[in-house]
Design a binder for this molecule. Structure first.
Ligand SMILES: [Fe+2]
Length: 408
């Protein structure tokens, strides 16, 4: 994360004696990445270290262990996430759908807030939430991030958090990564700001709203995800949101998808122009995350706005359709659809979609979609994804082409 923030009460010089309240030494914690050499934040705790477990750790009541469906064969997938039931809270309702060595893609459709004494910490992966539906607040030790439809929430690995819903339910797309999530480094200038021609502006992030430390005793449970999906429950006798101040560049933040300011040109532009975030050492590992937002289609007199068929051989592509406005696959995809196209086979528009798209030259598209492209990482399909697949998807191009031919 480019912006360095400073919130609450902090010593003038790091790692020096500091008292947020009289006679109580504030306790420092570094939350950092890349072995003390990457982005980090310094948190000052009111009176307790984050190591003070009041009971021995125990096995969690749930887990997110990843299992490939035994029925998987190479095919384009269309996963109907609208059909996945709403249940649990933002954490217990999470259902992994696709995964690789460094990435997990899940949905969570909670119907309730997390219990007041219950917290979650992803101890093995950084997270991106995309809010498809719902209102509420993500509470963390860094402060609160109110959320609404269309907000990306970036949560660094190791952040303790709690989701509170204001709406009766919510619908999240969740992407986890081994590597920190940032704006693409090639968007940033030497001063750490986004270039003036980049599609993002770093100051449009929604930083956590700092809260006064909670100085409370009780029993607080933190479910920590680790070791490829195992959950271990930690018990603390002090409230985890006991931070009197923090400073640094490693913290959760929001970024609304409408703040991806699309760049267009006279002819069709390849997906890298839609990139909002990336994770890992792109293009050698990790992924790019793209936002397909409303923007002007190419205006060349012979422009074909629909994309070409593509074999993007080093990437597996996951696309989440926030709405159903996507001409290349019109009438196939629905709001909430996830398509998963392996790099092992090409995919394309269908039937007469390319020809029809010529009517959209120079017009504003209404699409809204989130796309993840891995680099040198194959994804596998879980049983949940397999069970909610569109069984006719692999044949959809053939069927659309033949329907078109029949009508000629
Ligand atoms: Fe694609």
């Amino acid at each position: 994360m480019a912006m360095i923030l400073k919130q609450g009460k902090l010593p003038q010089t790091p790692h020096t004696e500091y008292y947020a309240v009289p006679d109580v030494l504030s306790l420092e914690e570094i939350h950092g990445s890349y072995g003390f050499s990457g982005p980090h934040s310094r948190k000052m705790h009111l009176r307790s270290y984050p190591t003070e477990q009041s009971k021995p750790p125990r096995k969690g009541d749930f887990n997110f262990l990843l299992k490939i469906t035994p029925d998987d064969i190479l095919q384009p997938y269309h996963i109907l996430t609208n059909d996945i039931p709403y249940e649990g809270d933002a954490v217990t309702g999470r259902k992994p759908l696709l995964f690789g060595n460094s990435v997990v893609v899940s949905v969570s459709k909670p119907v309730k807030s997390m219990a007041e004494n219950m917290f979650f910490r992803n101890g093995e992966k950084h997270e991106i939430y995309y809010v498809q539906n719902g209102n509420g607040t993500l509470k963390t030790e860094y402060g609160n991030i109110p959320f609404r439809n269309g907000l990306y929430i970036i949560i660094p690995k190791g952040t303790t958090c709690q989701f509170e819903l204001d709406s009766k339910n919510a619908y999240f797309l969740i992407i986890e990564s081994n590597y920190p999530v940032t704006f693409p480094p090639h968007y940033m200038n030497s001063g750490g700001q986004a270039y003036l021609m980049a599609p993002v502006v770093e100051t449009e992030i929604e930083s956590p709203v700092f809260q006064e430390p909670v100085d409370k005793k009780g029993e607080f449970l933190i479910n920590v995800k680790h070791s490829k999906g195992i959950i271990t429950t930690l018990t603390w006798s002090h409230h985890p949101f006991d931070v009197v101040g923090w400073e640094g560049s490693f913290y959760p933040f929001g970024f609304h998808i409408s703040n991806h300011h699309g760049i267009t040109r006279e002819i069709h532009t390849a997906p890298p122009v839609h990139q909002t975030f990336q994770s890992g050492n792109v293009p050698n590992n990790g992924f790019s995350l793209c936002s397909f937002v409303s923007q002007m289609e190419g205006w060349h007199p012979k422009e074909i706005p629909a994309p070409y068929a593509h074999s993007n051989v080093d990437s597996d592509e996951v696309m989440f359709f926030s709405n159903s406005e996507y001409g290349a696959r019109e009438s196939i995809i629905k709001e909430g659809s996830i398509t998963f196209h392996s790099g092992s086979i090409p995919h394309s528009p269908h039937g007469d979609a390319a020809l029809k798209s010529t009517h959209d030259r120079g017009k504003i598209s209404k699409r809204l979609a989130v796309m993840l492209d891995t680099y040198f990482e194959s994804l596998s399909v879980t049983e949940a994804a397999y069970n909610f697949r569109d069984k006719n998807y692999a044949m959809s191009w053939y069927n659309a082409a033949n329907k078109t031919k029949a009508s000629v």
